[in-house]
Design a protein around this ligand. Structure first.
Ligand code: PDD
Length: 287
């Protein structure tokens, strides 16, 4: 049975959902997206995702076509039609169908699309081994805070990492860490959790913010400040965070072990706090 997707106000089987070849998303990559985890049928940190959606839309001069309450209703219906439980909900808004012209059309109906993808919780023993990554120059534009669907640089950088025989890359701009190809970056040094501050050079990750909040809540030292390349390579622990990866340890960087080459004690603590938070979302105690 084909999964049910949402397209421009309708719920329909994925193989019946069609978008015009003149859609500016297809022609120009002119659109933005969100990825929202769903646990036990409940939307994780929905207001945070919708606020970031607003910022991305403002960043590309597109009005939000629906109020937050209506987005919530669309997402809840979509999750229910796909059997509840755990998903990553993907939402994409493009500037819609128009004759090809770089200039933004004065009046255009945006294209609204959402689907549910399977979401598996991390396997603890695999996560404890961590992944291998390389550092790479950040070749992206200077509006990385917009969650744009145009991801060609991220795709090429991820592939460069794969071609180098590792799983991912951590990007550097002017000698400072920005983020992973589809995740935010953290280091741990001498018991302090450190992540770069929010700026136009990286995506303000919802998972990143939750990790910072959980540190604050549990009195774990945390700093939002620039991370120099040398600090990255000398870190006790390195993590990547995202809605789908949660908190993923990087245990080898540029061929060298990070710490002992396995997930560190701070990761164990944070991963536990993150799991507890997810349980609270499943049980409707937090969102
Ligand atoms: N990506 N930075 C980049 C470049 C990302 O693409 C992502 C997420 C993040 C983490 O954001 P969040 O914690 O809100 O998921 C940071 C999603 C998951 C994706 O493209 O599939």
């Amino acid at each position: 049975m084909s999964a049910i997707v949402y397209l421009n106000g309708e719920f329909l089987p994925a193989d019946e959902a069609k978008v015009s070849v003149l859609d500016r998303g297809f022609i120009f990559g002119d659109g933005i997206y969100e990825v929202i985890p769903v646990y036990g049928g409940r939307l994780f940190r929905l207001e945070h995702h919708l606020n970031r959606l607003d910022h991305s839309l403002q960043g590309i001069h597109l009005e939000n076509p629906l109020p937050h309450s209506q987005w919530r209703s669309v997402f809840e219906q979509l999750v229910e039609k796909n059997g509840g439980s755990d998903h990553s909900l993907y939402l994409q808004i493009t500037r819609g169908v128009a004759q090809r012209d770089h200039a933004i059309p004065l009046q255009n109906e945006p294209t609204l699309f959402a689907m549910c993808n399977p979401l598996k919780s991390p396997n603890l023993s695999t996560y404890r081994q961590g992944i291998e990554a390389i550092t790479i120059e950040d070749i992206r534009w200077k509006h990385c805070n917009i969650k744009a669907i145009a991801l060609l640089p991220n795709i090429l950088l991820r592939q460069q990492a794969i071609n180098a025989g590792v799983s991912d890359a951590i990007m550097l701009r002017d000698g400072e860490v920005t983020e992973g190809t589809a995740a935010n970056a953290f280091i741990v040094k001498n018991g302090c959790v450190i992540t770069p501050p929010k700026s136009n050079l990286l995506l303000p990750g919802i998972t990143r913010d939750l990790v910072v909040e959980l540190c604050q809540e549990h009195k774990i030292p945390v700093e939002e400040r620039a991370i120099l390349e040398e600090e990255l390579t000398e870190a006790d622990e390195v993590w990547l965070t995202s809605s789908t990866k949660e908190i993923l340890p990087v245990t080898r960087l540029n061929g060298t072990l990070v710490g002992k080459g396995e997930a560190g004690p701070m990761w164990e603590q944070m991963a536990g706090l993150y799991r507890d938070y997810k349980t609270a979302v499943r049980e409707g105690r937090r969102d």
